[in-house]
Design a protein around this ligand. Sequence first.
Ligand code: F6R
Length: 886
Amino acid sequence: MAREGARAFGEFQRLLSDLPGGRLQETIPHFHDTRRRFEALRQAGKEDRVGRVKEARAEIAFAMEREPMVDVVLNLLARGEIPERVTHNDTKLNNVMIDDRTGAGICVIDLDTVMPGSALYDFGDMVRSAINSAAEDEPDVSRVNARLDLFDALTEGYLAASRSFLNEAEIAHLAFSGRLIALEIGIRFLTDFLQGDVYFKVKRPAHKLERARSQFALLRSMEAQRERMEEIVRRHAAKPVPSTAGAGAPVLSTTEAQQRERIASEVFADADEACARLADEIAGLIRQNDDAGRPTVLGLATGSTPVRLYRQLIRLHREKGLSFRRVITFNLDEYHGLTREHPESYWRFMHEQLFDHIDIPAENVNVPDGTVPRAEVYPWCRSYEEKIRAAGGIDLQILGIGRTGHVGFNEPGSSRESRTRLVTLDGLTRRDAARDFLGEANVPRHAITMGVGTILDARRIALLAWGEGKAGVLAEAVEGAPKDSLPASFLQGHPQVRFLIDRAAASSLTRVRYPWLVSPIRWTPAMIRRAVIWLSRQAKKPVLKLLDEDYGEHGMADLLTEHGPSYQLNIRVFNEIQHTITGWPGGKPNADDSSRPERAFPFPKRVIVFSPEPSHDVLGMGGTIRRLKAQGHIVTVAYLTSGNLAVPDEEAAMAAELVGEIAGTLGQTKDPVADFTEGVRRELAGKKAFAADSAGIRRLKALLRRGEARASLRDCDLTPAQATFLDLPFYERGRYRQFAPGPADLAAVVKLLREAMPHQIFLTGDRDDPTSITAVCHELLRRACREVAGEAWFKDCRAWSYRGVDQPWEAADVDMAVPLSPRELAQKMQAVFHHKSQRSQTPVASGLREPWQQAEQQNRALAETYDGLGLADYEAIEGFARVHLA
Ligand code: F6R
């Protein structure tokens, strides 16, 4: 409510921020002239017309002490540091109309006080009236507190709508504005009390004084929590500008920066924040329907994406008593051929992730039936559609998005009109599911899915997406024309659709990636580099050949005005890129390092390469590892997880047999080795499809990956002793999508850091889906670094991020480019090739590239980009971005 109300007031200001015409009439002159109000108090105190000063000495003194506050906003306005705006001037939350079905703020009312003012007055008044833990005239001031949770919600909602137009000075004074208006109102009450209650109505003799006291108590509470309030503002202000469309509100307009977006997309700091928000909205919807005696019909998705949403719903059920008794659910899809009991069936997934933990009646749950015989699928699908209709249609459909652009399992080629049906899965979708199914070969080829048309029938749609892996397809769905080859793009036609995404998933939207194309921006060095690289690629010219006209023709004239002419700008950016290139990733000792990415000393450096699973290290930076070693640095590769979940059974069986044969040739048929081999053989032979492995088999599979990792490090010229295997417990206990790192994981990483005291850390996974192993490991590393941040050695430690094969760094993000010669590239491929258990099990059938092929292609592509920019023409380049971990 606070969030939505504040958002509505922000939206009100935003819509009026470019109101044409002359200045509005001041309905109440001097309304927020705090100086004038202050002087009136002083005067009333002096005159003491009704002899009340003696009762109010403490309050008068309190106000007088705060005189320095009264001119702050007035001065900002007078100096033009903040603009005069059209403001509402009565921003209490009951002046917002809230949609009682969706909980969304629709519009603000009570417009008779609309007049010129500062945005800060509106926000301040909202804060003052909304975050008080007690009533405005609470006589017992010990009950008056400023509630930070409400302040957080207000700030979030207000900034979501207003961040696009507020200036920095306005944002910097938001927290202050709450204090200012509390002071101002307190002063007004107090003045009126001293003057004998001429303005405000009174209920009891000292009522006015009580109201003043209460405002001052609120102000005192805000003063005590000032730092935290400032921090809340900073946090919300740092978020990228989100869509202006709130829950269920139709997309009436978007900001300038979002002009290319055809679907309202709200960007959150992370998946947890987005899921908490959506879960609250779902709870609101359920409660409203419950109150109205209606069922709530939810369309649900499976996969990694909604897992956190389901956790939040479970939390709301447990902690806030949210009941699902009257909720009816319809799942999007199910693999064809899987029974409910199959470990990878969506029926089972939904029960494990949600239904088993809430009070939804079993008969209200609907998941497509994967066991319907082929010949009966069509009538079955029609009956599913009929059932949705009979339930009253879907109120809210939750969606994820596949890397092919599918929603549900509507793969490319699905039409807008498609209905629930049997479909064939795309090769990329099957590869993405390969881990869950312990190998691509086991992934079913068909699925039953609701159609695009079925999805579009839902009254509201919320699509979630996390991680950079989704960024490309998401940007296409949001900004491109709707087309069959990208089914998610058909969502554009829906009147109540919105995307809730994290920053990484938003990274390919024009407003994030090429913001200068949609609105004037502040040109930071990083943005200038990005823009010039983009221009060079658009114009197909090396950087040093770009002309003023090229800048002009590509809408970058303002960059030239600020930082031109092109000749100088080109040289500046060219040099910057040139300085990213180094053959000395650990720094070049005894060389001038003023324009090198890494410092010369200390030398040699202690270097740790963190690899979430064996193989990530060499795929991402095999060439660089080799160089670091060759240049005399002390390199350790730390494998965070054993990677045993990704080893196919056949590989384990082969290894066990090998061990057995060796034992046999040594004549040791009765010893523990032979018993072990026999045990593994028996276990694998009797293992039910997709059953979890025993600890023994997982151990064997882990050893296999260790063997591969060591062999591959040997190709980087490292010795086996330079590998450290942490086998973090979260992975050993976990399953895909269900990893829950704990204190033991953190302790292991912290211990390693303390022992190794590295000068350089290489890591990966910073923009990945939060449920992925790489992202879990990255988060652990961050937390570990925060723990050791105060230690002396850490101050001398630099961190570099390398990327996996799915999302390589773009040239504009690269802070260190390590070139590889043809021979070095071949050696890297050799090293990667040792990870045999990770090669596709169906290389011919899938038609997709193997990870090692992708790595090679990406290293070559980065080199080609550098060449195109006019830098040296290398065979391949490994790219790194500098990161700050604590
Ligand atoms: C799941 C579904 C799919 C997924 C999509 C993303 O029911 O219909 O469309 O939403 O494949 O999968 P994850 O979330 O695993 O990335």
